[in-house]
Design a protein around this ligand. Structure first.
Ligand SMILES: [Ca+2]
Ligand SMILES: [Ca+2]
Ligand SMILES: [Ca+2]
Length: 175
């Protein structure tokens, strides 16, 4: 069932991922976006962490492209259709398969003490690096930390990304 909040968030997502702003998504956009994010975390494009995020973004592009007939470009309409299908129809497992590697790549960049968990400081730095609203980082952290143990797992972060795009949570995490 169409939902204006979800549709607006997907449309905004398209704008952010259309890195060169030429109105279609291409592999190059996703490479550039991954490199931009790695740079915002202070990592060089040749670092292991940047490479993992790049692979994740390219995998996501390949998924979106395959959903729209395997073309090298994905139009806004095609994106809204396949992303909408993911959110409205296919549900949690498919969403997690498509976005899980990207969230995992972000955790790799943000996890300064290498425990694969995101603590409060790492989370605030994540929001700041991506230019997101960090003024309410503490409150946002508590919303994402669903088991309340003071650490965010990849699972909790992925659930937050999913809920954001489902229009159920106002914490943006993808930049
Ligand atoms: Ca583009
Ligand atoms: Ca950590
Ligand atoms: Ca937790």
């Amino acid at each position: 069932m169409p939902n204006p909040v979800i549709d607006a968030r997907l449309s905004k997502r398209f704008d952010k991922w259309d890195f060169d702003r030429n109105g279609v998504l291409e592999r190059e956009d996703f490479e550039q976006e991954a490199a931009r994010i790695a740079r915002s975390f202070g990592k060089s494009a040749t670092s292991t962490e940047a490479g993992a995020l790049r692979d994740a973004f390219l995998g996501l592009f390949d998924y979106l492209s395959a959903q729209s007939g395997g073309n090298p470009t994905v139009s806004r309409d095609e994106f809204l259709r396949s992303a909408g299908d993911l959110v409205y129809t296919q549900g949690e497992a498919a969403f997690n398969r498509a976005l899980g590697p990207v969230v995992s790549g972000l955790v790799g960049l943000a996890d300064k003490n290498n425990d694969r968990l995101i603590n409060g400081d790492e989370f605030a730095a994540w929001l700041t690096a991506l230019g997101l609203d960090a003024t309410s980082a503490k409150e946002a952290f508590q919303q994402v930390d669903t088991d309340g143990n003071g650490q965010l797992t990849e699972e909790e972060l992925l659930a937050a990304v999913r809920q954001y795009h489902f229009g159920q949570l106002d914490v943006e995490l993808l930049g």
